[in-house]
Design a binder for this molecule. Structure first.
Ligand code: FAD
Length: 352
């Protein structure tokens, strides 16, 4: 084998695993992104760090550099229910940050002994005796390496997951985000429910003089529903104007226990590739960190059956995500959402 471990994808999950794995391993890590600048692949994201992800930073003994933060820091999410016209303000302690800078910073923490290949596209993974053969394209060149273990950290559209579980289709939405010049007098975060547009939800974020509006929509008619929702929100005081940038990508939307796939036969899936994302908030960075941490502990200790151990040690994480599926069902059901919002529990009204 050329390598002990091949990591496909260096988002929060892959970059964390590459940082935490023991130096005794010979590791190759393939990633679509470049090492610096905004050219190349950028992951569309809200760029909000939730408290669970902040907790991982404590465990990792890491601090977030301020040049990754964006302006302003906002302490609540305005929640809109377009069916009932209810608006509520809920306290949130997110950190507002630049997702691309964050990803590049996480990559910069990977120890130098890891063989990181940037601007690289993994094309194929094939089972061979005692491991896998990985085919990738690096700067236009076709390359092949072998590794004993493969870790799929390649996000929502994971090719490693598709190769390992060819018959399982995981529910996905299309996430669309548009960036505009910020024109609202007081920048805000919002979360928008409109069952006529999507049975998931939409959101807005203010970031460095930009107003970002996004939503997760069923694949069929995603663009149309996105535009229709914008029109409805204009009547609710949202200011859009001409988009500066539009981004789209699939987002995993787990619906049941068997939507989580952790891998087998020396293949491991971590982060969103495993389906680890909250169905109720689409928050995924904390689960990317958690699953990478769990896998690094298993591999570093040379546990006899690492796939079995990873399956068992992610049960707690999957149960937590199952709770998010139940929560998502509650908040996307109009009558229940109405009851929750009408109760005024946790709502903080603005001073008139
Ligand atoms: C629009 C949107 C907004 C979101 N907002 C938030 C938010 O505010 N906060 C939050 O916590 N979560 C948010 N999420 C979820 C979060 O972005 C993901 O759950 C998280 O990025 C998962 O991390 P990951 O490392 O598993 O995968 P990713 O971040 O997707 O990283 C995978 C990496 O793999 C690489 N890659 C993929 N395929 C290949 C290949 N074939 N070859 C080589 N490299 C490859 C890419 O470079 C990519 O960077 C959002 C998701 C979407 C779609």
């Amino acid at each position: 084998m050329d390598y002990d471990i091949a990591i496909i994808g260096l988002g929060p999950a892959g970059a964390t695993l590459a940082r935490l794995l023991d130096s005794k391993f010979n590791i190759i890590a393939l990633d679509k992104k470049l090492t610096c600048g905004t050219d190349g692949f950028n992951k569309p994201c809200g760029g909000l760090l939730a408290t669970d992800a902040q907790r991982s930073f404590i465990r990792f003994n890491l601090n977030l550099p301020t040049d990754i933060l964006t302006n302003p820091q906002i302490f609540s999410v305005k929640t809109y229910d377009l069916q009932t016209h209810l608006v509520r303000n809920y306290q949130r302690t997110y950190i507002n940050f630049d997702r691309h800078k964050f990803d590049l910073w996480l990559k910069s923490l990977i120890p130098s002994q890891v063989d990181v290949r940037n601007n690289t596209l993994c094309k194929n993974i094939e089972r061979i005796i005692d491991g896998y053969q990985i085919t990738f394209e690096e700067n236009g060149q076709h390359k092949v390496v072998t590794a004993k273990y493969v870790v799929g950290a390649d996000g929502a559209n994971s090719m490693v997951r598709r190769m390992r579980y060819p018959n399982h289709t995981l529910r996905q939405y299309i996430a669309i985000q548009q960036w505009f010049e910020e024109k609202h007098p007081v920048p805000f975060y919002s979360c928008i429910f409109d069952n006529k547009s999507t049975n998931c939800y939409a959101w807005s974020i203010s970031k460095d003089n930009h107003f970002i509006f996004g939503g997760a929509f069923p694949k069929k008619e995603a663009n149309l529903k996105f535009e229709q929702l914008k029109q409805k929100l204009e009547q609710n005081g949202f200011i859009f104007g001409t988009p500066v940038k539009t981004e789209k990508c699939p987002v995993v939307y787990p619906q049941r226990w068997r939507d989580f796939h952790v891998g087998n036969e020396r293949i491991f899936l971590i982060g969103e590739a495993a389906g680890f994302i909250s169905a109720s908030s689409l928050e995924g960075i904390s689960y990317a960190f958690d699953s990478a941490e769990i896998l690094s502990n298993i591999l570093n200790r040379d546990i006899k059956n690492p796939n079995k151990a990873y399956y068992q040690r992610t049960i707690k994480l999957r149960l937590k995500l199952l709770g998010k599926i139940v929560k998502a069902k509650l908040i996307t059901t109009p009558i229940l959402r109405r009851l929750i919002m009408k109760s005024n529990i946790s709502h903080i009204a603005n001073v008139e």
